[in-house]
Design a protein around this ligand. Sequence first.
Ligand SMILES: [Zn+2]
Ligand SMILES: [Zn+2]
Length: 366
Amino acid sequence: MAAHCPNCRFERLQAAEFHGESVDLCGRCGGMWFDDGELDRSLSSADNGHDKVKLESSLGDFIGYDRRACPKCRSKLGRFYLLNGLEMEVQRCLDCSGTWVEQEARAVVVDTPNAAEFLQQLQGKLGIGAWLFQFLLKLPLETNLKPKGRPWVTWALIVLNVFMFACYQLQVDWLAPYQAELPLTPALLMQGEQPWSLLTYMFLHGGYLHIIGNMYFLYIIGDNLEDVLGRTRYLLLYLLCGMVAAFAQVAADPSSTTPIIGASGAIAGLFGMYMLWFRNAKLSFMLLIVQLRLPVQWYFIIWLGMNVWGLMQAGVGVAYWAHIGGFVAGLVVGWRYRASVFANNPMVALLHQGTLRWRRDARQSK
Ligand SMILES: [Zn+2]
Ligand SMILES: [Zn+2]
């Protein structure tokens, strides 16, 4: 018997392929029907980092019965949250155990195992290993969605920074003629000299702590941003934030002859974007010996406060204006590209909206 779409009742479902499984698709509304087991099998073979998906047996809460009937056995469909914490539902036949996935849910269903893992981590506690890591290294731990692809640009930026650092440390010969020309010197830039230093300064570091701190933040935060922006746009925005940071520092003290170096300004730009797009992500923060997992907004607001405080102390040796300038550039970029990032990354958009509901549900279930 031909199966008809539960939405467009006179439209026949047609055979279609979804990540290696032969499923039933409505050509009119884009809804998709998975017979028992087909959804788990297709999500297991999809490229989402998960090979043994068991979503069908672990859907979120039952919401109620649907008015529509199962396309295969005509029984009533039940409505379920795709995951508790997400404002997205699927319908499941309680008799034949098939699953109906609307087109809007289809855009996120492949990433669901990743999101499930993330939501679980948010509720879980950090272990003793995580405490020791942070106690000893003073670096935060990130909790966020796993990026889908490999972050080649982020890795390349880290390699380039480490390479330049090593060359300066080893005083290699080929670098000698340029060594003084690559850092950013505000007084020289104001005279129109060394314009390239607006770019080159952000690939240089002065000491081990400086480069380890910067590269670690680039490593944990850059991968998610590269994932949602795409490689080229990510690289260009990274460089743009670094340049805005340089301008901010030069504008604050144009006559300074102290050379400025470091990726901090560009990375501060990444903080701004990250804070606007991944508001459910968390970074751990060590208060003496107490490890707190803070929402990213809090973490970066504390970080910004420390920079403003540093400025007021008239601290030397740190380019506070570059940090603040880069961060503001990142916020502006984050706002400007918000709609396109969410449109291209439905799961990121869904988690962004789903927060309030998830917090409320989590409280009720206690
Ligand atoms: Zn339809
Ligand atoms: Zn059925």
